[in-house]
Ligand binder design. Structure first.
Ligand code: FAD
Ligand code: MLT
Ligand code: ZN
Length: 480
């Protein structure tokens, strides 16, 4: 069980009783899930690497219901884990012990969409892909896209400050989220759901909740700025003979594609082997140690294709790229994106996955993979590197047949020390959740962590919201 592997002690929260369940049944009849089998999927994370033992899932439909639930839990001292699509990769979305799971699955209403401003207001439980489909019908897109789009909720995306595949072009949620509605631990609702591009009235409170991983409040609604759907999208999938060439290709590509560049992703040959072996995907480009996926999004297909072709000619002539293919139609574009997006899924077929999500100076991005491979030798099944190169974000993944404590000890804290030496971040986009919270000091000074702890104590004095997550626990209970 999670608590055993990580040696965490249960904090003295109240235990759930029959009268509590009866209360919730009165608040939301028929939307209270009990029974071990029914609750089980909510207790286990996407990677199947951590597991809680909650006995109760609540599925509110409205902000008022979330308020009622939290007011009650606060008074009773019952701990709560907010959960969206449960696709988080750091063990933040599932309980550690018996925390009540507050699921946003039924909070899936679009509240408004303004076609002039491109501002969407919706409930937190809207699935990202559903929102994308809704917007595309009206000539817009969501400013973020990620492999988990079919399951993740916009509230979960905001709570983790998810980056994803379009950040290079449209920026982070810290810029595109215009407003939030949040329910605090004591049940009070804070309506900062502004739909304005500019609003400098006081502190920007929404920023505190973006990336707070369910520890400061439950996000119930989101206002977000959505870009126009690009008229022309092209994808190039290219092979490079070294990581130095991947970097040089990026520089050339930025210079030559300029404003139409919308993604620059990379993966190594090991990743390609895994998607081919486990998912039976086949790549039209083979035989290179590195691959890059370049996407352009613009308003004029002739203009964009000409720019892309000029770039490809130059990259090929100068030997930066040795092989490649270009897609302009939707089907081929999707097939090429699958090679990159489905690496996460392919990795799970290997056994246990040790997942690291690191920000580094882009020039050093792959050195960590090479060093880790040399360090682990035969003790790991695969050591692979891929990620959002355009954002300086490496996904280093190590697999083994099953979880092993000695392999974990060989990886950590080495990986964090390596990252800190380069002034990188030990979590670029996935957050700290349960698995990484004890390592925050590698990326933040103690004064910053202390200030975070003061915010937590102010907003959630009893600590009922997603306990054991994000912030390090007191030394006596962190015996991992
Ligand atoms: P959950 O997993 O349910 O929850 C995540 C955290 O947010 C938890 O701490 C939870 O308590 C909290 N939370 C959820 N909803 C709320 C709410 N309404 N209010 C307050 N707190 C809440 N991440 C990236 O950044 N970039 C990627 O490219 C990317 N790709 C992915 C691809 C795959 C295949 C998978 C499985 C995951 C990927 N992720 C990626 C991880 C990413 O964190 C999630 O996919 C997503 O942002 C989480 O949304 P969710 O609704 O599933 O949240
Ligand atoms: C990705 O970029 O594919 C995601 O962040 C998921 C992962 O790291 O595997
Ligand atoms: Zn990612």
């Amino acid at each position: 069980a999670t608590s055993e592997r990580y040696a965490v002690r249960r904090l003295p929260f109240a235990r759930l009783g029959d009268s509590d369940v009866a209360f919730f049944e009165r608040v939301m009849p028929g939307r209270v899930v009990t029974g071990e089998e029914e609750v089980k999927p909510f207790n286990v994370d996407w990677l199947k690497s951590v597991r809680g033992c909650s006995q109760l899932v609540l599925k509110p439909q409205t902000t008022a219901e979330v308020s009622q639930v939290l007011r009650y839990c606060y008074e009773r001292n019952l701990a709560v884990t907010p959960q969206g699509g449960n696709t988080g990769l750091v063990g933040g979305s599932v309980p550690v012990f018996d925390e009540i799971i507050l699921s946003t699955a039924l909070m899936n209403r679009v509240i408004s969409f303004d076609k002039v401003s491109g501002i969407l207001v919706c409930q937190a439980g809207c699935v990202l892909e559903r929102l994308s489909e809704y917007l595309e019908e009206q000539g817009f897109i969501m400013p973020l896209d990620l492999g988990a789009k079919g399951s993740c909720h916009i509230g979960g995306n905001v709570a983790t400050n998810a980056g994803g595949l379009r950040l290079l072009r449209y920026g982070s949620l810290r810029g595109t989220v215009l407003g939030l509605e949040v329910v605090l631990a004591d049940g009070s609702a804070v309506d900062c759901l502004a739909s304005l591009r500019k609003d400098n009235t006081g502190y920007d409170l929404k920023q505190l909740f973006i990336g707070s991983e369910g520890t400061l409040g439950v996000i119930t609604a989101v206002s977000i700025l959505c870009p126009q759907k690009p008229k022309a999208v092209n994808v190039a999938f290219l092979g490079c003979q070294s990581f130095a060439k991947v970097l040089e290709t990026f520089t050339t590509c930025r210079a030559m594609l300029g404003e139409i560049l919308s993604a620059y992703e990379f993966m190594d040959e090991k990743c390609m082997e895994l998607v081919e072996r486990h998912l039976k995907l086949s790549s039209p480009v083979t035989g290179s140690p590195f691959y890059v996926l370049i996407e352009t999004s613009g308003s004029n297909s002739t203009h964009d294709e000409e720019k892309l072709n000029n770039f490809l000619e130059q990259a090929t002539a100068s030997g930066l790229v040795t092989d490649g293919t270009v897609a302009t139609d939707d089907k081929k574009i999707k097939a090429l994106w699958s090679l990159r997006e489905r690496i996460t899924e392919a990795l799970t077929h290997e056994g246990y996955v040790y997942k690291y999500d690191i920000s580094l100076p882009v020039g050093k991005l792959y050195d960590l993979v090479t060093d880790m491979r040399a360090r682990l030798g035969q003790s790991a099944k695969s050591v692979v590197g891929y990620g959002h190169l355009g954002d300086g974000n490496l996904h280093l993944n190590i697999t083994a047949e099953s979880y092993s404590h000695s392999l974990l000890d060989a990886i950590e804290p080495f990986v964090y020390e390596w990252t800190a030496r380069c002034s990188g971040s030990i979590s670029a986009e996935h957050g700290l959740g349960f698995k990484k919270k004890q390592f925050i000091q590698y990326s933040k000074p103690s004064e910053a962590v202390a200030l975070m702890q003061r915010f937590k104590a102010m907003l959630d004095p009893k600590g009922i919201l997603n306990p054991y997550k994000t912030l390090p626990s007191a030394p006596e209970s962190s015996t991992r």
